[in-house]
Design a protein around this ligand. Structure first.
Ligand code: B12
Length: 147
């Protein structure tokens, strides 16, 4: 059994220069006892893949707000899905994914079918994300178990 805190890699897509979304999510995770590797803005896909192969992460959090998310996350996810299964954590997604407003239920369903464990959207996204994190056990000795 591991005695380290759960580890999350926080990333965005390679075109996205916004950073405060990433910082916000890092703080949400850290206040719940997670260790966070924040890869910063305009993240190259190769860096995301390399960080997963090196970090033994429990969760990959993809956040994008520049409107290109729906176009770019499939290739990011495809690259992540090529990481060996034992090193590949669940991948969750959120943010402002298109330039024409919120994505619909159909798009959420397609993203989940493609391989995202969860897609968070709208004003309740961060609250729903906090609830999702409750599915990971963080004990007083920082032992993490994915639900
Ligand atoms: C600051 C800012 C910038 C700065 C960023 C500086 C920096 N270092 O971050 C600069 C000037 C660089 C910039 C550039 C651009 N921007 Co800008 N930017 C903003 C602005 C004003 C604030 C963003 C911010 O920091 N918010 C604070 C953070 C904490 O909130 P957030 O990003 O919304 O993230 C929250 C939620 O979305 C959610 N969330 C996000 N991701 C995830 C993931 C998960 C898993 C979960 C659970 C939740 C979640 O939780 C976060 C916390 O509540 C917004 C408008 C706005 N008021 O939101 C536009 C905005 C994001 N930008 C926009 C655009 C279009 C651009 C440009 C394309 C403009 C241009 N023509 O050049 C470029 C894109 C550059 C690029 N390559 O990405 C649009 C995006 C449109 C869309 N998606 O529909 C916005 C919404 C403005 C608008 N209304 O049109 N921008």
């Amino acid at each position: 059994m591991s005695s380290r805190p759960p580890v999350a890699v926080v990333t965005t897509i390679s075109s996205d220069a916004h950073t405060w979304n990433l910082v916000h999510l890092q703080l949400v995770l850290e206040e719940r006892g997670w260790q966070v590797i924040n890869l910063g803005s305009c993240t190259p896909v190769d860096l995301v893949v390399r960080s997963l192969t090196e970090a033994d992460a429990d969760l990959l959090v993809v956040s994008t707000v520049n409107g290109h998310g729906l176009l770019e996350v499939p290739s990011l996810l495809d690259a992540v899905l090529r990481v060996p299964e034992r090193l590949r954590p669940p991948v969750v997604l959120g943010g402002k994914l298109t330039t024409h407003g919120e994505i619909g239920d159909g798009e959420v369903r397609r993203l989940r079918e493609r391989g995202f464990a969860e897609v968070f959207r709208g004003e309740t996204a961060v609250d729903a994300f906090r609830s999702y994190l409750s599915g990971f056990a963080v004990t007083s000795t920082s032992t993490a178990t994915a639900a």
